[in-house]
Ligand binder design. Structure first.
Ligand SMILES: *[C@@H]1O[C@H](CO)[C@@H](O)[C@H](O)[C@H]1NC(C)=O
Ligand SMILES: *[C@@H]1O[C@H](CO)[C@@H](O)[C@H](O)[C@H]1NC(C)=O
Ligand SMILES: *[C@@H]1O[C@H](CO)[C@@H](O)[C@H](O)[C@H]1NC(C)=O
Ligand SMILES: *[C@@H]1O[C@H](CO)[C@@H](O)[C@H](O)[C@H]1NC(C)=O
Ligand SMILES: *[C@@H]1O[C@H](CO)[C@@H](O)[C@H](O)[C@H]1NC(C)=O
Length: 344
């Protein structure tokens, strides 16, 4: 694999944003619509082990708050606020009726065998803060309607079979903290706006086929460069701030800082293969093509070092130590041009 895609992705996530105002909250539901919606879910999701025996539909109405995996509101009687159904061999498609649980704040269904698309109706759940459907076999496009869930903090759709592009208007979820779309079949680019989501600390996109994006981007002068810095550090190292490694005071930032600049080559994502330096044992050593390779490799390391420096500057702990967005943009363009020149 060549180093090109990763580097271009890093250089290309430059940045515009339009924040969406808060969406008005509509709640057309009551305990009986919640009951009907759970009943509908039970019918559509099955499991080889017999789906959720505790979900007794024949029982008296509104006992559903005691069903396993169902959490009800403390303030509003018999209203469902969370579904936690991890690793239950659930299979089938998520039915649109899930969107009738209008007070849902949390959907946690990872590690099941759900397939088919996410219903676009999910976007109607405007209290939803957490959606975790990782490790299923969901497919189709990621619905752009998800962006209407303005409360989102966490979306984890990792390890599924989603295809198409990342919906650009996900960057309207201004409260987003963790967005994981890794290990799917996504194509296209990284939406520019994601780079300045102020609270985004985890953006995990590995294991897709994302390519260059963002020609003609507008620059946001007010945008926070912090997330952009973190994205650069993540992509260079292939590590996430939440990785096991980063405990006991070691952070992704410190990890990169400690190796900068001499040992930067040692902490790069192993998938970034720096071209061959030439083999001294071979007779052709010192030939012109060998020297050329050496120059290209040195040039690429130069670009990577410059990029790591930019990442560290942007992700500096105190906001006042971070450069202005125009300067970040200018630096990134310069690195990108140098890198393109090396490609000949
Ligand atoms: C949601 O609830 C309404 C009112 O009870 C019902 O008419 C509608 O069919 C439900 N929608 C879905 C997708 O089940
Ligand atoms: C989603 O659920 C899985 C399984 O419990 C967990 O490992 C993962 O960390 C969750 N994702 C997020 C973003 O919390
Ligand atoms: C996942 O779904 C795809 C079609 O969407 C299918 O080809 C594949 O076999 C499924 N994988 C598993 C493990 O069920
Ligand atoms: C997101 O974009 C899609 C089209 O790309 C549009 O249909 C949808 O309404 C947008 N959603 C929001 C909340 O703006
Ligand atoms: C981000 O997090 C801070 C602190 O938790 C919070 O005050 C703020 O409202 C959040 N959202 C945005 C868009 O900054």
């Amino acid at each position: 694999m060549s180093p090109t895609p990763l580097i271009i992705i890093v250089l290309s996530s430059i940045l515009t944003c339009s924040l969406l105002g808060a969406t008005a909250l509509h709640d057309h539901g009551d305990a009986s619509t919640d009951f009907q919606a759970l009943r509908c879910l039970k019918i559509h999701l099955s499991t080889s082990a017999g789906f959720l025996p505790s979900w007794k539909i024949d029982g008296s109405l509104q006992k559903f708050c005691t069903w396993s995996g169902v959490t009800c509101s403390k303030r509003q009687t018999s209203r469902v606020v969370a579904l936690d159904l991890e690793s239950l061999y659930l299979d089938g498609q998520m039915p649109p009726c899930i969107a009738n649980l209008t007070l849902l704040t949390r959907i946690h269904l990872p590690n099941n065998q759900l397939r088919g698309p996410i219903p676009t109706e999910l976007g109607q759940l405007n209290m939803l803060r957490y959606l975790n459907l990782s490790s299923n076999n969901l497919s189709g496009m990621i619905p752009s309607t998800l962006s209407s869930c303005s409360q989102f903090r966490v979306i984890d759709l990792g390890s599924n079979s989603f295809s198409g592009e990342i919906p650009p208007n996900l960057s309207q979820c201004s409260n987003m903290q963790q967005l994981k779309l890794d290990h799917n079949r996504l194509i296209g680019g990284i939406p520019e706006g994601l780079g300045i989501l102020r609270n985004l600390s985890v953006l995990h996109l590995a294991g897709n086929t994302l390519t260059e994006y963002g020609y003609g981007s507008k620059i946001s002068t007010e945008g926070d460069v912090y997330s952009y810095g973190v994205i650069i550090l993540e992509m260079l190292t292939g590590k996430r701030p939440t990785d096991e490694l980063f405990k006991d005071g070691l952070s992704l930032y410190k990890f990169v800082e400690d190796s900068f600049p001499e040992k930067i080559g040692e902490i790069l994502d192993p998938r970034m293969i720096i071209p061959y330096y030439g083999n001294r044992d071979e007779e052709e050593a010192g030939s012109s093509s060998d020297q050329e390779n050496h120059q290209i490799a040195a040039g690429i390391m130069g670009c990577i070092t410059a990029l790591a420096k930019l990442g560290l500057l942007c992700a500096a702990e105190t906001p006042k130590d971070r450069p202005a967005m125009q300067d970040v943009y200018a630096d990134a363009i310069t690195i990108k041009e140098e890198f393109s020149a090396l490609q000949g």
